[in-house]
Design a protein around this ligand. Structure first.
Ligand code: 13P
Ligand code: SF4
Length: 361
């Protein structure tokens, strides 16, 4: 495995950019129970009136996930969100998640209006892989198949041969490797390195990480496992290798939820964003789910197992986007056309594979 060699000044400036974004991430205003109920019912009316569907990620607030399910919308991982948006016949998709999820929906459904509760919800992986740097990197390695994670801008997708999400990354890498192809992987170095270790593919890595998953620590995990020796560890592959090495199961958010149902354990330690606990607990009310330890609030913890950008999605911002409507995703037509090719390739590949659940279990 090779690692893209970043000059240290580039890395420092990427970290500064992420810090600047984080300082701007707006925390939603808390609502009283009656305000929240009124807001929910206004949103339900607007969804019907506008023939709109709400598509939410598992990391968003429980109330948004409930609303998506109550209104014939959808809650899922990034791949399932993309598939739902592509297949449903609504005029409007409202994507509660982060910007790359809204952009993916728009690229796959150019004739639909795609709204987001906020356009400011980004992702540290997207920020750390600007097309101005990524394009020349690809040009320097023309012998490699360009595989990018869904957590990227439309422009980066437009430069790729393949787009993958965490639920399909292993299958695509294995498929390419079997054909003797070498891979250029961006942006998440932890997921890319996991793919390389698991499939044995020849992978050249971009150097970026998710600020949420990078905080999970093997040492803290070992301590908590001593307290809960019968608990299974479930981890998202954006976590560092030291954490994945200790995990009983590694997979996407949906795959983690399935593993929690399938495994016989009563207790689970979960290394991913704590928004997922809503679905985990809803599906298995008798099981106990414990958040994997991060660096701790008084140390260097910046996210404490909750994505600050996912947290920007609120009932209030959702109502605002639907009632006006505002925060529509727009993508330059040429970029969208080029990004559609690797995205469609991913959906076609997923359909052919019928998405066998992959993991360490
Ligand atoms: P999933 O595709 O597993 O839902 O992951 C998306 C993501 O952003 C994880 O941080
Ligand atoms: Fe990006 Fe990490 Fe947030 Fe997922 S949890 S959207 S990878 S910053």
């Amino acid at each position: 495995m090779n690692m893209h060699d970043f000059p240290s000044s580039q890395l420092a400036s990427d970290q500064q950019i992420v810090r600047d974004y984080l300082s701007r991430a707006e925390a939603p205003r808390p609502m009283s129970a009656s305000e929240s109920a009124d807001c929910k019912s206004e949103i339900l009316t607007l969804l019907v009136k506008r023939n709109a569907r709400l598509v939410a990620h598992y990391y968003t607030e429980s109330v948004l996930q409930e609303l998506a399910e109550e209104s014939e919308g959808f809650v899922g991982d990034s791949l399932e969100m993309a598939k739902f948006g592509h297949d449903c016949d609504a005029d409007i998709l409202v994507v509660a998640g982060v910007r790359f999820m809204g952009e993916t929906a728009k690229i796959l459904s150019p004739d639909k209006t795609v709204l987001m509760p906020t356009l400011g919800a980004t992702c540290s992986l997207d920020i750390a892989c600007p097309i101005e740097d990524f394009g020349p990197f690809c040009d320097a390695h023309p012998d490699r198949e360009v595989v990018v994670y869904a957590n990227t801008s439309a422009a980066v997708k437009a430069r790729a041969d393949w787009v993958v999400t965490s639920s399909i990354a292993l299958d695509v890498a294995e498929y390419l490797s079997e054909q003797g192809k070498k891979i250029l992987w961006a942006p998440d170095k932890h997921l890319g390195s996991y793919v390389q270790r698991t499939t044995g593919a020849d992978v050249l890595l971009w150097d970026a990480a998710c600020i949420v998953h990078e905080e999970f620590k093997a040492r803290g995990l070992a301590d908590i496992r001593r307290l809960h020796p019968d608990a299974a560890i479930l981890a998202h592959p954006e976590s560092p290798q030291s954490v994945l090495d200790m995990a009983d199961f590694v997979g996407s958010t949906t795959q983690i939820i399935s593993a929690s149902q399938r495994l016989p354990n009563d207790e689970f330690i979960v290394a991913t964003d704590k928004g997922i606990f809503h679905k985990l607990q809803q599906i298995s009310p008798a099981k106990t789910f414990i958040v994997a330890p991060t660096a701790g609030e008084d140390a260097t913890c910046r996210s404490c197992a909750h994505c600050p950008w996912m947290a920007m999605n609120s009932l209030e911002s959702l109502r605002e986007s639907l009632s006006n409507p505002v925060n529509a995703i727009e993508i330059a037509p040429e970029v969208a056309q080029n990004a559609m090719k690797p995205l469609t390739r991913m959906l076609d590949f997923a359909a052919e594979q019928q998405l066998a659940v992959r993991g360490k279990a």
